[in-house]
Design a protein around this ligand. Sequence first.
Ligand SMILES: CC(=O)SCCNC(=O)CCNC(=O)[C@H](O)C(C)(C)COP(=O)(O)OP(=O)(O)OC[C@H]1O[C@@H](n2cnc3c(N)ncnc32)[C@H](O)[C@@H]1OP(=O)(O)O
Ligand SMILES: O=C([O-])CC(=O)C(=O)O
Length: 377
Amino acid sequence: MSNELKRGLEGVLVAESELSHVDGEVGRLVYRGHDIEELARGASYEEVLHLLWHGSLPTPAELEEFGAELAAERAVDDEVLATVRTLANAGDRPMAALRTAVSMLSAYDGESGDGDVLTEGAAITAKIPTILAAFERARQGEDPVAPDPELSHAGNFLYMLTGTEPDDVSEETFDMALTLHADHGLNASTFTALVIGSTMADVYSSVTGGIGALSGSLHGGANQDVMEMLREVDDSGKDPAEWAAEARDEGRRIPGFGHRVYKVKDPRANILEEKLRDLADSSGDRKWLEYTTAIESYLEEEGLVEKGIAPNVDFYSGSVYDAMGIPMDLYTPIFAMSRVGGWVAHVHEYQADNRLIRPRARYTGPETAEFVPLEER
Ligand SMILES: CC(=O)SCCNC(=O)CCNC(=O)[C@H](O)C(C)(C)COP(=O)(O)OP(=O)(O)OC[C@H]1O[C@@H](n2cnc3c(N)ncnc32)[C@H](O)[C@@H]1OP(=O)(O)O
Ligand SMILES: O=C([O-])CC(=O)C(=O)O
């Protein structure tokens, strides 16, 4: 047994996977061999789910069947929706509400609760948008909007959120964001889902754990942090580069920068930046675009990018969601709405040739210690 300690499991291979590959040196991401750029521009989120879960991009007939199966699972039990409402009234913590509601779904899974990872995973994936939209509606004092099975996964979410069918640009933009976030190798939340799945726990447990891991500021939580940073820059009245210089002097990390695997700019950040430019061109509102690009240019001049600390997917996503009028604290739950596809795919793949995941820690405590009874301490 090797005694070498790998802090943060950096570079450690723990599984084989055909699902996605991140080439951090050149900034390339593929899902089953397909470049993310092609999928983002040419495939819907439903097509990507089919690719991840069933091994290939669907034919039109397969897509119709698969899309209808997913759409049929969108309704969420009233008891779960009542809990979502309670949590929305309790405070602005949509990620915690989502985690709680997904966990609760396992008690109400009806026909989908047959223990099959893909069947249950499809039901969870279909229901997450309904849960999130209901949360947002409840905190606005509105009733939930029932899902529309005729709309796409992306379009239906925006419809349930606002009560109005989205225009084509919003639906395509949101669908693209879902595709971009669907999978990314063994990132922290997917690994969490895998550890849970490796005990042969149900997929509800894996997804609940995945949501918890994704919420942190070093992982999916960074997309909200980036928007908070942009607002802080705005409130400060400072030039964004000057603000970034001061933040660096204070030893602060810049959210949306740096990555364990990418040593260059994340390809998903390039796509989202381009999308943000399109949205800014059509709306004329260029503020967040100008702030983000100014911060990126400053950090590049400071040599961070050369050191491998470059923009990641979270750097531009929030500005895109903001341009679509989506509240800031829904950004990380929306990441979960997409990444659930990857969590389910990895658990399904891993369990086909399962081995319990159980690493070890190097013990650094004392060799022996004298036991003193409670009353003598
Ligand atoms: C979807 C996602 O999960 S993408 C990642 C989202 N998270 C963020 O954007 C949060 C900001 N980024 C970070 O905190 C990190 O870059 C992480 C957590 C993503 C990767 O962390 P690790 O691979 O463990 O790198 P680690 O934390 O060891 O940092 C290495 C060095 O880069 C520096 N660094 C890393 N990220 C940043 C940053 N955002 N801003 C400034 N410096 C940074 C560290 O200070 C450290 O410098 P040092 O060696 O001089 O001490
Ligand atoms: O791969 C990672 O470590 C983080 C990331 O970019 C993701 O999960 O999308």
